[in-house]
Design a protein around this ligand. Sequence first.
Ligand SMILES: [Zn+2]
Length: 67
Amino acid sequence: MKPVEKDSGLLCLKCNLPLEMRKIRFVYLGYSFDTELPRCPGCGQLFLPEDLVKDKVAEVESSLEDK
Ligand SMILES: [Zn+2]
């Protein structure tokens, strides 16, 4: 388990700038979520942490099963 940090601690490989946490609307299977993702202030590149994507996908899938 990695410690959860508010500061993403990531650098954009292109700009070498620290990524900022930005509130982003994430859409999957027609469902949308507001979530914070690391984004480069220079080029606007978003980084999608694989764990976060998996969590959100799992949420959507469990809500679909609940129907
Ligand atoms: Zn960049």
